[in-house]
Design a binder for this molecule. Sequence first.
Ligand SMILES: Nc1ncnc2c1ncn2[C@@H]1O[C@H](COP(=O)(O)OP(=O)(O)OP(=O)(O)O)[C@@H](O)[C@H]1O
Ligand SMILES: [Mg+2]
Length: 138
Amino acid sequence: MSTTLLPPPRETEIDPGAGGGGGWTGVRLVTAVIPPSRLEQLQAAAAAGGATGMTVSDAGGYGRQRGHSATWMGAEYQIDFVPKLQVELLVSAADADRVVDALVAFVRTGRIGDGKVWVTPVESVTRIRTGEAGLDAL
Ligand SMILES: Nc1ncnc2c1ncn2[C@@H]1O[C@H](COP(=O)(O)OP(=O)(O)OP(=O)(O)O)[C@@H](O)[C@H]1O
Ligand SMILES: [Mg+2]
C-alpha cells in the first residue's frame, strides 16, 4: 500500500474561521492599533485596499517599550497606557492582505510606537437592515 503525500491545503480551502457550527464566510477582521495622529493615513490606506467601513475606538496600550516616562512638577512618573486608536475593518479574505499592506505603507513613520495590525477570521457577519450575511453584508 502506498501513501500519497498531499500538499497542505491552501488557506482558502480550510477556513480557520469556520469554527464550531459556522461555515465559510470569506470575511476577515483587520484590527489595527495606531497613534491617533495617523488616522487620516489609515483611512486613505483602507480606501486604497478596498475596505468599505471601519470602527474606531479610543484605546490605551503598550508594546515592547512598555509605555514611557514623563515629568510633572519635577517628578518623574511612568505612563503605562499610551493613548492609541483601535481600528476594526471587516474585509473580504481576498482584500485582507492588500488592506494590511496599504495600512503598513501609509501609517508607518519608522518610529517606535507606530502600531500593530493583525488579522482574524470571522465566523459570521450580518447587515442588520437587510439580513444579508457574509460577504454580502460588507
Ligand atoms: N502583544 C500585543 N498584544 C496586544 N496589543 C499590543 C501588543 N503589542 C502592541 N500592542 C498594541 O499596539 C500598540 C502599539 O504598539 P507598538 O507600536 O509600540 O508595538 P511594538 O511591538 O512595541 O513596536 P515598536 O518597537 O515599533 O514600538 C500598543 O500601545 C498596544 O496597544
Ligand atoms: Mg512600542
